[in-house]
Design a protein around this ligand. Structure first.
Ligand code: XBP
Ligand code: MG
Length: 243
């Protein structure tokens, strides 16, 4: 049985309920690029099955705009926009929202981060979003030194293969120099769970309204939030999982 030594946090939907802000930023980017696209919440919930904003927009073009990619229906197929440029506009819109500071971290997150540090647990981040988005979310809430609290930060820029691919978690383990059995992952989505399990990491799920319907088979625990979870609970659950 390995001791628990590190907690690896997902960002979007886990540290904060950010997907509503991402959705607004996507629609802002489409409007400023003059695209006739507008995602509503129910469409976005289905599009969230594709991790990564760029990949999500490409999926939307292929499977929603150009319903018949071969164009056999004779329907005109829309030309793909420059997704890198469009995603940069979206990221600017999102980071501006985050820096406006309205969005709080999810209940219990700040206390959990502080208690984990106090107890000597190492902290890491494994996300498919961009470094800019992580900083825009955490800097106003955890202060300018926020990144000092996380020994390893793996993101879209360091791990281009998006969840459910386990690259982001495997690279986090490698940089921590820890075996998967010495860690717990905290996630909110089925893609995130599959990515963490793919790297052999026991995973606690804290769903949110965008992911509550996902299949979380294989999760160590499914909790409404971390608000009533103590560090001792994490050690106990981890011991049960790695016995
Ligand atoms: C969730 C994602 C991201 C965000 C949008 O990331 O899949 O794509 O929805 O952010 P996480 P980007 O792994 O933190 O749950 O547009 O920067 O991808
Ligand atoms: Mg997430």
């Amino acid at each position: 049985m390995a001791d628990l030594q590190a907690l690896i946090f997902d960002v979007d939907g886990t540290l904060a309920d950010t997907e509503g802000a991402h959705l607004a930023a996507f629609n802002q980017a489409f409007a400023s690029a003059g695209l006739p696209w507008r995602w509503d919440e129910s469409l976005y919930i289905s599009l969230l099955e594709v991790s990564g904003g760029k990949e999500r927009m490409a999926h939307y073009l292929a499977h929603h705009v150009n319903r018949d990619p071969a164009g056999a229906s004779g329907e005109s197929t829309a030309i793909a926009p420059d997704f890198d440029a469009l995603h940069a506009i979206k990221t600017t819109a999102y980071t501006q929202q985050m820096r406006a500071g309205a969005l709080a971290l999810r209940p219990g997150i700040e206390a959990m981060l502080a208690a984990a540090r106090e107890s000597g647990l190492r902290l890491a981040i494994a996300t498919t979003t961009t470094e800019a988005n992580i900083d825009a979310l955490l800097q106003p809430r955890l202060g300018p030194e926020w990144s000092q609290h996380f020994e390893v930060i793996e993101h879209a820029g360091t791990a281009p293969r998006k969840k459910p691919d386990s690259q982001v978690y495997r690279q986090t383990l490698q940089r921590l120099g820890l075996a998967a059995t010495a860690c717990l992952a905290i996630e909110d989505s089925a893609n995130g769970l599959q990515a963490a399990l793919g790297a052999g990491i026991a995973t606690i799920i804290t769903p949110n309204p965008f992911t509550a319907h996902h299949n979380f088979k294989g999760a160590l625990r499914i909790l409404p939030s971390l608000e009533s979870t103590a560090i001792a609970d994490l050690h106990r659950w981890h011991a049960d999982a790695t016995r």
